[in-house]
Write a protein that binds this ligand. Structure first.
Ligand code: PEP
Length: 251
């Protein structure tokens, strides 16, 4: 049985004081929640604040990006060692916005993934097709190639520590959600790919999140699908009550 994992990707939102307000309200709303891993991914500037506010709770901390080197002359970058040092346990890698705007490729995803694992960060690896790719009938082809490139050279034991987030690009921030069938179909394809590449035990162990306009009113149906093990939430993760409702999804 895979433990559900629900993460909020705040993207480039919230000042430190806004982060304080959001997390203070949110943690009260989920204090009795058990049986689900909750992850918050604020921007770098609020990580320390959120780490302090969530200390002593089960809420885990993620960064939204990192570089793959430990230190050095890489102006503007943040290393896995630095993230680990301030209490991050997860790292989002290869989000479609990073692929679209910042030149992230399957190769950089792979380098970041290896570095994250080396420093003990659990990677949340994002994959997903664009609308044009879906309309061309290629969603699994695209996702298959992203998985193959992103996970290249990893052992099954390493892949076990990863979470895969399937995020159809056309459903991110658009209010359009993949139907539960569309989502589960790609999730089950991802599991088959993991099986082919890393074996049955790994395929059964790895958690696969769905991301793309997840809201309080669609989370229950999505989470009821057999191959959907969690959600990566953007917009609805910026409001304490809506994210708390998502975390408290009903099976
Ligand atoms: C995301 O950014 O990963 C995301 C899924 O955003 P939204 O929930 O706003 O579609």
């Amino acid at each position: 049985m895979r433990r559900p994992i629900i993460a909020a990707n705040w993207k480039m939102n919230c000042t430190v004081s806004q982060a304080h307000e959001l997390v203070s309200a949110f943690k009260g709303l989920v204090k009795d929640v058990t049986g689900v891993d909750i992850v918050l991914a604020p921007p770098f500037t609020s990580l320390v604040e959120v780490a302090q506010l969530t200390a002593g709770t089960d809420i885990a901390l993620a960064a939204q990006n990192m570089y793959w080197e430990e230190s050095g002359a890489y102006t503007g970058e943040i290393s896995p060692l630095m993230l680990k040092d301030i209490g991050c346990s997860y790292i989002i890698i290869g989000h479609s916005e990073r692929r679209a705007y910042f030149g992230e490729t399957d190769d950089t995803v792979n380098k970041k993934l290896k570095a994250a694992l080396h420093y003990g960060l659990n990677p949340i690896v994002c994959v997903g097709e664009t609308l044009a790719q879906r309309e061309a009938g290629e969603p699994t082809q695209v996702v298959g190639a992203q998985l193959q490139g992103g996970l290249a050279g990893l052992t099954p034991a390493q892949v076990n520590k990863a979470v895969i987030a399937y995020e159809p690009v056309w459903a991110i921030g658009t209010g359009k959600t993949a139907t539960t069938e569309q989502a589960n179909e790609v999730h089950s394809f991802i599991r088959q790919q993991l099986n082919a590449g890393f074996g049955e035990a790994t395929a059964q162990a790895v958690r696969i999140q769905y991301g793309g306009s997840v809201k309080p009113d669609n989370v229950d149906e999505l989470m009821a699908q057999p191959d959907i093990d969690g959600a990566l939430v953007g917009g609805a993760g910026l409001k304490a009550d809506s994210f708390a409702r998502i975390v408290k999804f009903e099976d």
